[in-house]
Every structure is written in C-alpha cells, then in structure tokens.
Design a protein around this ligand. Structure first.
Ligand SMILES: Nc1ncnc2c1ncn2[C@@H]1O[C@H](COP(=O)(O)OP(=O)(O)OP(=O)(O)O)[C@@H](O)[C@H]1O
Ligand SMILES: [Mg+2]
Length: 340
C-alpha cells in the first residue's frame, strides 16, 4: 500500500554568517550547503498495517511524510501510495489519504469547523450516510459540537487537533498519515483518538502511518515499527522485534526453600559474570544481564541448576529504553530469543 524506493530528499540551505553584517552577506552570498534529510529510504507497508514511524528530532520523519502526501517531490528515488506517485498526482492521492500534521494546520484558518467539514464533504464527494456516521462518531468521541462556530485560528491547540483528526478521517480514507496527531491533547482525548483510528482500521481496514514522540500512542495504535536515524532506516519489523533489540534483558523469579533472597543475589553476582541481581519490593529476585555477553539459556540454566524456581518470567524491555539506545547510536542486531 505504501512503498518507498531509495527515497531521498535534500534541502539547500544558505550558509549563514553571524552578526548584522553577516546577515546581509548571507542575503547576497551564493554559498549553499546541502542537508540530506531523507537518505535513500526503502520500505513496503502492506494494506491494513499500522506502522509507527519512529526517530529522534530531525531524523527525517516529517520530510518523508511530506513526500508520501505529495507536498514535496523527492530529490531521488520514488514512493507510491496505493499505486500513485503522490507528488505527480496530488488530487487523486488526496482522495485516498487522510493527513494530520500536528505542527501545521490542514484546516482553513478563517473558517469554523462546521464550515470546513461542509467543504471537505463536497471536495471528497462524501456520501450522506458516511458523513452522518462519521459526524456522529466525532460528536461522541471528540465532542466536536463544543467547538461551535469559532474560526480555527481562535481554537486552542487541543481544540484544533480534535478538528484536524476528524477532518483527516471524514472521507473514510484508505491510508492515514498522522504526524504527531496527539500534541496538545489531554488523556481522555488521546484515548478517543486511539479509539477512532483503531475503529477505522478494524471496520474499513485503514492503513496507518503514525509518528509520535508519545510512546504510549505508538503502543496503543501500532503493530509495526519503522525506525529512522539520520535519514536512514535502522529497523523495520514488528514492535515486538524492536523490543528484542534491547541490549539488556531481565528475568524475575521466586524460589522455594534454600538460601534467602540476599544470599541468592550474592550467588548470582559471583556465578554469572556481567549480570546484576536485586531483590524486588515483592521479595522476588530480578536478574539484569547484557544481551551481548549472556544468552537467556545461560541465565535460566544457571538459575535452574541452583534454585528451585516457583515462578519465573522475563519482563519485556520498554520501548523508551530501546529507542534511547538507538538514538544514542548503539544499534545492535536482534539477538537470541530473550524471553523465558
Ligand atoms: N524546509 C526545509 N528546509 C531546510 N531543511 C529542512 C527543511 N525541512 C526539514 N529540514 C531538515 O531536514 C531534517 C529532517 O527534518 P524533519 O522535519 O523531517 O525531521 P523529523 O524527523 O520530522 O523531526 P521532529 O521529530 O523534530 O519532527 C532536519 O535536519 C531539518 O532541519
Ligand atoms: Mg517532524
């Protein structure tokens, strides 16, 4: 449904010089520097997938989405959305997609939300039944009526975002590109937004590409992850695969009889080089170990040999820990099974 092949975008920026004289010199100068925002990205996202597009600030996410929505033309490579090259056929592409740029409004600044919806209804030729069904949903979940007839420019950020989200889904698009759709939203509305997109996915098979720095949005909406760093894809797979890239793993267990928890902690420290053990507030023992030095088989083998395990589980690493590691530059390949 969404395909990128060697997709690349360069920006030419004038070299700036400091100070007032420098600013004038910048205006006159012909010195330019090229910034490669997106560096030969390739991926294929199937119809009906829900993918998180993840990366640090400046990684190239919004630039990619601008090419996928037809706002920008690639410097090299190409992309296809539902078989269309978006920047070559913006009109046809617009019917198939719904877009939210949290940083930039897609709505008419001087019009009220109901007026904007009426225009969208005509532009997209939305059947009456679809329009009525969707509006009822936005009334219920986004309290859209409360926005009244205020022009969009006078709405608060959260109020505007509710209208943006609704506008992006109004015509039942095949694909939604949501670039930071939940900025400014409170918890109740975030939940409503997640419900809306998950419902569209379940009922219409909508394909979703989402960027958000709120990792709980990602966990609540997406199954897959595409991670970019410095304009390049560093991970494509399921969110679960991404979590398996954590450089530290953990096992938590309870044991029967034998030595007390403190003695167990000492035994693990002495017998499993690289691992650290601690007692949890619930009185269980937690073992943390580096995934490049020890395998889960080694750790579990050690524990089973020495202690009578009553209960044992491997908590999943959290997304934040894995992403922090990737953003800092350590991107190890996925390793052994991990989970117990
Ligand atoms: N119009 C532009 N002109 C020049 N440089 C640009 C332009 N738009 C983006 N860039 C540069 O391209 C790079 C990628 O920017 P982009 O907005 O795609 O990042 P992002 O991943 O969306 O980041 P964020 O998480 O902060 O939104 C950055 O280095 C940015 O400075
Ligand atoms: Mg961005």
């Amino acid at each position: 449904m969404i395909v990128a092949e060697g997709l690349t975008k360069d920006f030419r920026i004038a070299e700036r010089r400091p100070g007032l004289v420098g600013s004038l010199a910048t205006l006159l100068s012909r010195e330019h520097r090229t910034v490669r925002a997106v560096d030969g990205i390739s991926f294929a996202l199937p119809a009906g997938s829900k993918t998180a597009y993840i990366g640090a600030n400046g990684a190239g996410k919004s630039t990619t989405i601008k090419m996928l929505t037809g706002i920008m033309t690639p410097t090299a490579g190409r992309c296809l959305v539902d078989g269309i090259e978006p920047y070559r056929d913006r009109r046809r592409n617009a019917r198939a997609i719904g877009v939210v740029f949290g940083q930039r409004s897609q709505l008419w600044w001087d019009l009220s939300v109901p007026d904007s919806f009426q225009i969208l209804r005509r532009v997209y030729d939305i059947p009456d039944t679809v329009y009525a069904r969707n509006l009822a949903l936005y009334r219920e979940l986004l309290d859209i009526d409360a926005l009244g007839t205020t022009p969009v420019r006078q709405l608060s950020l959260g109020q505007r975002m509710r209208a943006e989200i609704a506008a992006s889904l109004l015509h039942d698009p095949k694909v939604v590109f949501w670039d930071e759709p939940t900025i400014g939203l409170d918890m109740v509305l975030k939940e409503a937004v997640r419900t809306l997109v998950n419902r569209a996915h379940a009922e219409l098979g909508t394909t979703v590409l989402l960027t958000s720095h709120d990792l709980s949005d990602i966990a609540a909406i997406c199954d897959d992850a595409l991670v970019v760093d410095g304009g390049r894809v560093v991970h494509q797979g399921t969110l679960h695969d991404l979590l398996r890239r954590a450089d530290r793993r953990s096992v938590v267990f309870e044991h029967r009889g034998g030595p007390g928890p403190d003695a167990v902690v000492r035994a693990i420290g002495a017998g499993l080089p690289g691992a650290t053990a601690s007692v949890t507030p619930e009185g269980r023992v937690r073992v943390d170990y580096p995934a490049d030095a020890l395998t889960s088989r080694q750790v579990l083998g050690f524990l089973l040999d020495r202690f009578e395990l009553a209960d044992c589980y491997a908590p999943e690493p959290d997304l934040e820990t894995v992403l922090r590691q990737i953003y800092r530059g350590g991107v190890p390949a996925a390793r052994d099974g991990g989970a117990a």
